[in-house]
Design a protein around this ligand. Structure first.
Ligand code: UDP
Length: 538
């Protein structure tokens, strides 16, 4: 491995001089350790101490300079999983003078992205925690281009899906263990530390039961942009004119099996009059699976990490997720949340086995495959009797593991019925054009005019101009929402209007000041911003 780094020539003497004279320089974005990414020059790493080192000189820079708050709890999260205490990053500090007594530094010439993978053997974690965050962290910082190099510091070996990580840059990613072979003191000329969390949509239940993240910031557009990048790297081309429509059953072969898979495939093929094929991670290459999924009309699979591959489905396709007995689909929604992201344009359907006769349990397996033999008898009995796993925290809840690793005989009639409630005719991409949803701008030139009739009646005429961007758009339906509030009151009267002016007379009193807000709404649910408040005196 050690010859790896010498691909880019650097002037060793100049690099050493920069380190000795300028020390380490760090400038970060983000206000807290959970949203921070730092850019470093001359960040070093001692492979013996397994510690990052910040060298202080007169010219070194440390922003933010947190003092001892740097340890409360850390400078930043190295993985995209928020505030996980096994994923923190920090460095130790030394004066540059200490270099005299240290091993000769080996310089890393490539721009480095230094991060942790969270769980590289699980496909959902690979995509959600690592690949998407790495991809968009690289988009955020222009020097993290295809010539930059990934450094994975979590300490795992390559893992099952290392080939996928290799697609993100032209240089071989390096693992923590491999750093030892490069030298005792490594110094990264230029590096970024930490990952953007902007694309993550799910929290795994470390502090509260699992579920969608509270504030999802990613839409289907960005997911699909990433999928397209991966497909290009995998040499999978999108077939625009799909020759034949088909259904993919993504099967698991080791555990959480569909026991009547052959029957299921026949039934799907017959019901939808479509070819139906199975794939599995064990039997097919990744690019083969991606090629099939990217043109499929429907993807059917047991709940499980392989379902993250639905991010390769074409718009309009249907995802059918099967849940074993006693697993409430509403409580485990990583793949549902993905499918229903705005702009993913997938139809999502969950089916659950509700018939205890159709489930096969494995109480005698090891605990991490759902065995419960290690629990006391009363607890085992309670679990076996229970009809639903109660909400729980990650990751070792034995009742959850027991239930999620059941095999299932799928009740074909009930499954088809559930799918038919959503898919009326044929599943799969409609020939319709997908337009992105654009929001209205502010309405313009809002004005009001009051007229008083006698001592008890008044009218308020409000008018405005269309939002500026509307004249460039084709919008099916344009409406306006007007709120009228008597100054100083807490309540307001909302109105939905179709025209650009309206005279209000209901509940309008003379000699009163009204506060008026107006916004435009496209197609019922695309709400624009309100105007600045309009003050109207009658
Ligand atoms: N896996 C698989 N076939 C199996 C069992 C597991 O391909 O029969 C894959 C699964 O897709 C995931 C990894 O192995 O990428 C770990 O599976 P596990 O059951 O631990 O996690 P889950 O799928 O529940 O997230």
């Amino acid at each position: 491995q050690s010859q790896e780094l010498s691909q880019v020539q650097i002037d060793y003497h100049a690099a050493l001089q920069a380190l000795v004279e300028d020390g380490t320089r760090m400038v970060c974005t983000g206000r807290m350790h959970t949203d921070r990414i730092c850019r470093f020059e001359s960040l070093c790493y001692s492979t013996e101490a397994e510690e990052f080192v910040f060298f202080h000189s007169n010219a070194s820079v440390m922003l933010p300079n947190l003092g001892s708050r740097r340890f409360q709890p850390a400078l930043l999260d190295l993985s995209s999983v928020e505030d996980h205490n096994t994923q923190y990053f920090n460095f130790v500090e030394l004066p540059v003078a200490a270099l005299k007594f240290m091993p000769k530094p080996v310089f890393v010439p490539d721009v480095a992205l230094i991060a942790n993978r969270f769980n590289p053997d699980n496909l959902m974690h690979v995509f959600h925690d690592d690949l998407l965050p790495i991809f968009y962290t690289m988009q955020q910082f222009p020097d993290l281009d295809l010539e930059s190099r990934l450094f994975f510091m979590e300490g795992w070996s390559e893992g099952l899906h290392f080939d996928l990580y290799k697609l993100l840059s032209n240089k071989q990613p390096l693992l923590r263990e491999q750093l030892k072979t490069l030298g005792r003191l490594l110094c990264f000329t230029k590096s970024y530390v930490g990952l953007s969390k902007i694309t993550t949509w799910y929290q795994y239940g470390f502090v509260q039961p699992q579920g969608p993240k509270a504030n999802i910031l990613v839409s289907g557009n960005e997911i699909r942009h990433f999928s397209k990048f991966m497909m290009e790297k995998l040499n999978v081309s999108l077939e625009e004119s799909a020759s034949e429509e088909y259904i993919v059953v993504f099967s698991r072969t080791i555990n959480r099996l569909i026991l009547n898979e052959a029957e299921l495939i026949l039934a799907l093929a017959q019901e939808f009059q479509m070819k139906t094929i199975t794939v599995s991670i064990e039997d097919h290459s990744f690019s083969h699976i991606v090629r099939l999924i990217s043109n499929a009309s429907m993807l059917v699979s047991m709940h499980g990490a392989q379902l993250v591959m639905s991010l390769f489905l074409p718009r309009g396709a249907t995802v059918v997720e099967l849940f074993p007995y006693a697993i409430n689909p509403e409580h485990y929604t990583p793949y549902k949340t993905l499918s229903v992201l705005p702009g993913m344009d997938l139809q999502y359907i969950a089916w659950q086995n509700t018939d205890q006769e159709n489930t096969v349990t494995f109480p005698d397996r090891p605990w991490d495959q759902g065995g419960i033999a290690h629990l006391d008898k009363a607890e085992q009995e309670r679990i076996i009797k229970s009809k639903e796993v109660p909400r729980h925290l990650c990751c070792r809840n034995p009742e959850w593991l027991f239930r999620v690793y059941q095999d299932t005989r799928v009740d074909i009639l009930s499954l088809i019925q559930v799918i038919r409630q959503t898919v009326k005719l044929k599943p799969g991409p409609k020939k319709q054009k997908w337009t992105s949803d654009l929001y209205p701008g502010k309405v313009r030139d809002a004005k009001c005019q009051a007229s008083v009739q006698g001592t008890s009646e008044a009218k308020l005429s409000v008018s405005w101009q269309i939002p500026w961007n509307l004249k460039y758009l084709k919008v099916r339906e344009v409406k306006y929402e007007v709120w009228i509030q008597e100054q100083g009151e807490n309540t307001y009267m909302p109105y939905i209007l179709s025209h650009q002016n309206h005279t209000f007379s209901e509940n309008i009193k003379p000699f009163t000041i009204y506060v008026v807000w107006i916004r435009c709404i496209f197609n019922k649910n695309l709400l624009g911003p309100f105007t600045d408040v309009l003050l109207c005196s009658t």
